[in-house]
Design a protein around this ligand. Sequence first.
Ligand SMILES: CC(=O)N[C@H]1[C@@H](O[C@@H]2[C@H](O)[C@H](O)[C@@H](O)[C@H](O)[C@H]2O)O[C@H](CO)[C@@H](O)[C@@H]1O
Ligand code: ZN
Length: 286
Amino acid sequence: MTDRRLLLVHAHPDDESIVTGATMAKYAAEGAEVTLVTCTRGEEGEIIPAELAHLGSDRDDTLGEYRVGELDKACLASGVRDHRFLGGPGRYRDSGMMGAATNDGSGCFWQADVEEAAHMLATVIREVRPQVVVTYDDNGGYGHPDHIQAHRVTVRAFEKAAERALPGTPWQTRKLYAIAQPQSVLEESAERLRRSPGPFSAPQGPGDISPGTPDGLVTARIDASAHWAAKALAMRAHATQISVEGELFALSNGIAQEIRGVEYFTQIAGAAARRGPEGFETDLFA
Ligand SMILES: CC(=O)N[C@H]1[C@@H](O[C@@H]2[C@H](O)[C@H](O)[C@@H](O)[C@H](O)[C@H]2O)O[C@H](CO)[C@@H](O)[C@@H]1O
Ligand SMILES: [Zn+2]
């Protein structure tokens, strides 16, 4: 089926591969049109390779441009052929972690006018006309301001795109999903990693990885295990942010995580889902 269109909204170059890399690769490989919208260029990120430390915001401040190149390679690995930056490259700057002074920067995404940003995103939605849109939950997954803002902007854009008051042809996306990490999955993963963290530090508990999603809120389980290698290759492309060793990875905090081929979602708006015998949807387009 070639008329399936999936649009994903992520905060920084790296998020798309870490939490939805397998799902994107699966649907792209199956012939769906996959559009990725990234809200910032990740200018405030930490840098893992010492030889690239000069790119940092406290030195050359060229990490954003460098991460655009990393994202291009990651999209090639996952088969994503349509990528946009919200408002164009550099329109919104990475806000830094919650509480950082950079949260107050006038051009950062956390300070964006949500209506204005949602209008930009609604324009993309009306152009792409996706049946399915994916972004973060209202906590942004783990409380990063850019992730929280991406959720807010996407929810508003989902509504705006369908509003007749907005000039142009309305588009009602059929289903809106938030990325989920079931707490039971995180607990099992953290236990395995506590025993075998590879070359990284062992998480002390699931909370070292993510707050996670209560299992009862998870509505879709996408088994994209066949596309695990594409996800791992895409994650390797983000070398300033992610270290990959075998089936494990770590962000700049050095804490071991598993590269998972099964990814989970919570439907937050749209048509009622048809769940399978295990209580999950197994196809976002179902
Ligand atoms: C996955 C993700 O959202 N990464 C963000 C995040 O990066 C984290 C941040 O630098 C934190 O201080 C580290 O401990 C952690 O290991 C990093 O993953 O925030 C960055 C700044 O906003 C952002 O650029 C990066 O993409
Ligand atoms: Zn992020």
